[in-house]
Design a binder for this molecule. Sequence first.
Ligand code: FAD
Length: 363
Amino acid sequence: MPPERRLLLVGAGHAHLHLLRHASRLDAAGYRTTLVAPARFDYSGAASGIAAGHRDPAEGLIDVAALARRHRVDHRQGVVTDVDPLTRTATVDDGSRLAWDVVSFNIGSVVDVPPVLGSADTVVEVKPLSGLARLRERLEVAPTGRGHHVTVVGGGASGLELAAHLAARADTDRVHLVEQGPRVGDFLPQRAARRLVSLLEARGVRIVTDAGPVRSEADTLVVRDGTRLPHDILVVATGLAPPPLARRSPLGGPRGFPVRASLQHRDHDDVYATGDCADFLPSPLPRLGVHGVRQGPVLLAALEARASGAPAPVYRPQRRVLSILDLGGGTALAVRGRWWWLGPSSLALKSRIDRRWLSTYRG
Ligand SMILES: Cc1cc2nc3c(=O)[nH]c(=O)nc-3n(C[C@H](O)[C@H](O)[C@H](O)COP(=O)(O)OP(=O)(O)OC[C@H]3O[C@@H](n4cnc5c(N)ncnc54)[C@H](O)[C@@H]3O)c2cc1C
């Protein structure tokens, strides 16, 4: 029998969900695995539809506590608030401390909120997804005598998805999409971006570009040229950033936990990080669930390899990944490199992929 090592998994993001499902392989490699994570995982592929009230919240939910139980992993419900690489311990939000021989982080991302947007009650950030649930709650109560007025800040993937979904609601009177750059959907092939803009405009979304927010008052966003955009709800989708633990802890860095191609920390062989919280040093990766998903098997193989003394495997990101924006109203935009398709068949493909992935983690 190999000597037992304490493996601490922090966060139940995509890669760690894979580890939980294959926990028997970690046992066989000599690890005693402990997971610190909230009891539920919210799947981002379903997040916009759920937040806008078009899909049932249960559709995107994975019961992490049940998954850990099924695979006999010790699960401590909570979040890690601090880490100390010298004593190799992590502090949990209930005050307890956990020691590790090997630690792996998969704690996702938060929204990079411009300070000018403040934190009024009307402001909803798109990440973490537990916070985005507030959008659904707020939409349940319409203002008296009229529909909702919503402003979405940020013309990237999540801002576009949410603006499209919100505009597809019958009880929304006005949706503004505010982008600081000259156009929305800059990451899309140009014709796909134009097609998406037409769809948004046909649904009544008013797109305001070159308009970085200058300040937010209780119910009004003031943009660069002084225009005042009143709202009941302000959705902040200004890009994803590593959570504070991945930025400010002794293991963190400005773009997250810095990791090599082996997913090991730049300076510590016994520390791993995957997904949005990792700064993949060989090439910066966009913050997409697909990288977390694909890093799962590499991380599992890496942990097995370190136990057996085999060479560490490396993560090789695909050059082009399929990404599908769910736009509500029964349609979606699929993009892979320069190829794209907007229509119901893209949504059918997305639903198939999502259902298959989610079903692997449900009982
Ligand atoms: C509205 C929206 C829609 C999106 N749609 C898509 C999409 O369709 N496809 C796509 O590929 N990407 C999408 N993304 C991006 C996607 O959310 C992220 O890239 C992806 O979730 C990152 O996966 P991850 O495994 O790194 O972490 P996550 O999926 O974020 O999981 C991290 C987990 O760690 C937990 N956690 C956080 N902090 C701690 C802590 N300190 N201690 C313990 N646990 C912690 C969290 O509760 C969470 O469950 C979307 C993002 C948004 C905001």
